[in-house]
Design a protein around this ligand. Structure first.
Ligand code: AMP
Ligand code: ZN
Length: 139
C-alpha cells in the first residue's frame, strides 16, 4: 500500500482521529491552518471526486457533516470553509480524495473561496453553458 491516506485510514500510520465510521476517517491535519483543521477521507481509495463510486458518496459526505458538527460543538467557530483541492493545480498533494474542514474564527485573516482564483472568463455565460451542455449530450 503506497497511498498515505490509505495508510492512515488503515491505522498503519498514526494520526489524530476525531471521527470514524464504516466508510470514512477524519483526522487533524498535521499542518493546521486553523484550530481544528480536519481532513476527511473515504476508507476506500479514490483519487478524487470523479473517481469515487456514486454509491459511496452519500456515506462520505455524511462523515463530512458529522465531523463538522463535532468541530462546531467542541470549538464553536464562527463558521467553516469546507473544500477539496482537486488536482495538482488546485494544491492537491495527496492523491486520495479528502475534504478539508477549516474552522473559521473572527479576525483569522482568511478570505472566502472567491479569493482562491482570479481568472474570470472572457466568454459570455450563455456560451459557456452551451459548451458544457453540448459536451455532455448523450448520443
Ligand atoms: P492537499 O494539499 O489538499 O492534498 O492536503 C493534504 C493535507 O494532508 C495537507 O494539508 C497536509 O498537511 C495533510 N497531511 C499530510 N500528511 C499528513 C499526516 N501524516 N497526517 C495528517 N495530515 C497530513
Ligand atoms: Zn488511498
Amino acid at each position: 500500500m503506497e497511498c498515505l491516506f490509505c495508510k492512515i485510514a488503515n491505522k498503519l500510520i498514526p494520526s489524530h482521529v476525531i471521527y470514524e465510521d464504516v466508510s470514512a476517517v477524519s483526522f487533524l491535519d498535521i499542518n493546521p491552518i486553523s484550530m481544528g483543521h480536519t481532513v476527511v477521507v473515504p476508507k476506500e481509495h479514490a483519487q478524487n471526486l470523479l473517481e469515487i463510486p456514486d454509491s459511496s458518496l452519500g456515506d462520505f459526505f455524511g462523515a463530512v457533516k458529522n465531523s463538522t458538527a463535532m468541530l462546531q460543538k467542541a470549538l464553536n467557530p464562527a463558521g467553516f470553509t469546507i473544500g477539496i483541492n482537486h488536482g495538482r493545480i488546485s494544491g492537491q498533494s495527496v492523491d486520495h480524495l479528502h475534504v478539508h474542514i477549516i474552522p473559521r474564527f473572527e479576525g483569522d485573516g482568511g478570505g472566502s473561496l472567491h479569493s482562491v482564483v482570479h481568472n474570470p472568463p472572457n466568454e459570455p455565460l450563455e456560451a459557456i453553458k452551451n459548451r458544457i451542455l453540448e459536451s455532455n449530450k448523450s448520443k
